[in-house]
Design a protein around this ligand. Structure first.
Ligand SMILES: Nc1ncnc2c1ncn2[C@@H]1O[C@H](COP(=O)(O)OP(=O)(O)OP(=O)(O)O)[C@@H](O)[C@H]1O
Ligand SMILES: [Mg+2]
Length: 382
């Protein structure tokens, strides 16, 4: 195991992957969990969001859904795992309900919130609420202390750092003017009279009782305000503390790298700890090797000399074509590797924290490929 990977999985308690859509955040989280459980004595939980179906199957998540499930690592033959691996899928709705149950001032409010149609929609469908609840569940799991290492996968979000700010945004939201404005008619008779015509029209357009439900929801929710604010602060503090490291995942192409750059900047601004920049699906480093490049050039330039008469019983003209095609394809890949490497070199990041892992020929859908990805993670040479 690479030494940086080793220090991350043994010295940290929380690792959070983030990055552009489809770059391999879920794969990286699962791969790190797999090698950490195989090679260290830690009890690891991978908290994943929306994993690809086949990966969920491989980790036994398809059967158990949101329940924390032990992953069977017995398929590695002689290599019996030193630690333990567990996985769970984040269930936004159930986590929101837990939160309401915890912070509602009394049973009546709790019941009313859980039954409120707006709440039911927000908690199960509102994408932003996912970010908040992911951080919230993480805090809860960390405090319960059942695991040594929590590896958290984040959802693909339009704004890569949405989840970093989620706890604070939630606190801002509860004290916002908009919220006071929406709930005002329901809190004061005077304002209610003034707004009546507006609400009547709005209800006719949007559907009856909609605004009333919205207002009711927020009034109920405000009763939990203090609990939320306090909790949000604790969650932020945990994300900033030394036990947590962020792993920015990218693929080596232009757009994901630009997004990674943005993400790295966001971590710096917020004084959050960068564990590593993981360049997933990297081309092999030997594509940049000068000796290899010279060989490829010779295959093209000297193909005449390299091919003896009827070498391997093949017509020399065909053989020459094959050799120079191999040479030029190799050079194409070398070029691509060079471009990707140069792009990587421009990122403002501590180069000792840049790790790469190769492009596997198959989809990553079993524990063996996860192990391969994890154990192949290695420093990029600059
Ligand atoms: N190194 C790799 N080699 C081959 N295939 C890979 C590699 N890494 C990831 N994949 C494949 O790429 C796809 C996307 O990976 P993954 O689901 O981990 O990305 P993600 O960043 O979590 O995506 P999303 O943003 O949608 O959550 C998956 O099908 C996965 O199996
Ligand atoms: Mg994912």
């Amino acid at each position: 195991m690479n030494q940086l990977v080793n220090s991350l999985v043994t010295q940290k308690s929380i690792l959070i992957t983030g990055g552009a859509g489809g770059v391999g955040k879920t794969t990286a989280a699962a791969a790190l969990g797999t090698i950490a459980a195989l090679e260290t004595d830690r009890k690891v939980l991978v908290l994943t969001v929306d994993p690809a179906k086949r990966l969920a199957d491989a980790m036994g998540l398809a059967k158990f859904g949101n329940v924390v499930t032990k992953v069977d690592l017995s398929g590695f033959g002689e290599r019996s795992p030193k630690g333990e691996l567990y996985a769970a899928m984040l269930d936004t709705k159930a986590s929101w309900d837990d939160l309401v149950i915890r912070y509602a001032p009394n049973m009546r409010v709790r019941g009313e919130i859980l039954a409120n149609p707006i709440y039911r929609n927000i908690s199960s469908r509102f994408v932003q609420s996912h970010d908040y609840i992911a951080m919230e569940s993480l805090y809860d799991l960390y405090n319960k202390g059942d695991f040594d290492l929590l590896i958290v996968d984040t959802p693909p979000s339009r704004n890569a750092m949405d989840f970093l700010d989620a706890p604070e945004r939630m606190a801002d939201f509860f004290s916002s003017k908009l919220l006071r404005w929406i709930t005002a008619p329901y809190r004061s008779r005077l304002v209610a009279t003034a707004f009546k015509p507006f609400y009547q029209v709005a209800d006719r357009i949007i559907g009856s009782d909609f605004l009333e439900q919205v207002a009711e929801f927020f009034i109920l929710f405000q009763s939990m305000y203090d609990g939320f604010i306090e909790r949000g602060k604790s969650v932020s503090a945990l994300l900033r503390s030394d036990v947590t490291s962020f792993l920015v995942v990218t693929s080596p192409e232009y757009l994901p790298m630009r997004e990674a750059e943005f993400f790295l900047g966001a971590l710096r601004e917020r004084h959050l700890n960068l564990g590593a920049l993981i360049v997933n699906r990297s081309l092999p480093y030997y594509l940049g090797d000068q000796n290899a490049i010279q060989i490829a050039q010779r295959l093209i330039a000297d193909s005449e000399i390299l091919v003896k008469d009827r070498f391997l019983g093949v017509d020399p003209r065909i053989m020459r074509g094959v050799l120079s095609e191999i040479g030029s394809t190799y050079l194409d890949f070398s070029n691509l590797y060079g471009q990707q490497h140069n792009l990587l070199a421009t990122l403002l990041v501590d180069k000792a924290k840049v790790l790469a892992t190769p492009y596997l020929e198959t989809d990553v859908a079993d524990l063996t490929s996860l192990e391969r990805i994890g154990s192949n993670l290695d420093f990029v040479k600059f």
